[in-house]
Design a protein around this ligand. Structure first.
Ligand SMILES: [Zn+2]
Length: 63
């Protein structure tokens, strides 16, 4: 299950994330934002996030 929120009718709730059908169940708008938890992401996505370089390097101190 994934949390969703519609930006048109402000409807929100939980439903099974289906990339084929992600219209708002209430108003049918496609302007719906899904919030997938990290548990629902495929391992390859989690690995990609985990292996990404951090923007800030706390190790470099000096100059
Ligand atoms: Zn809606």
């Amino acid at each position: 299950m994934a949390r969703f929120r519609c930006s048109v009718c402000a409807s929100e709730g939980k439903r099974v994330y289906d990339p084929q059908r992600h219209e708002c169940p209430r108003c049918g708008s496609k302007d719906v934002v899904f919030a997938l938890t990290i548990d629902e992401l495929p391992d390859e996505i989690i690995e990609a996030i985990a292996s990404a370089e951090p923007l800030d390097d706390p190790g470099s101190d000096g100059g």
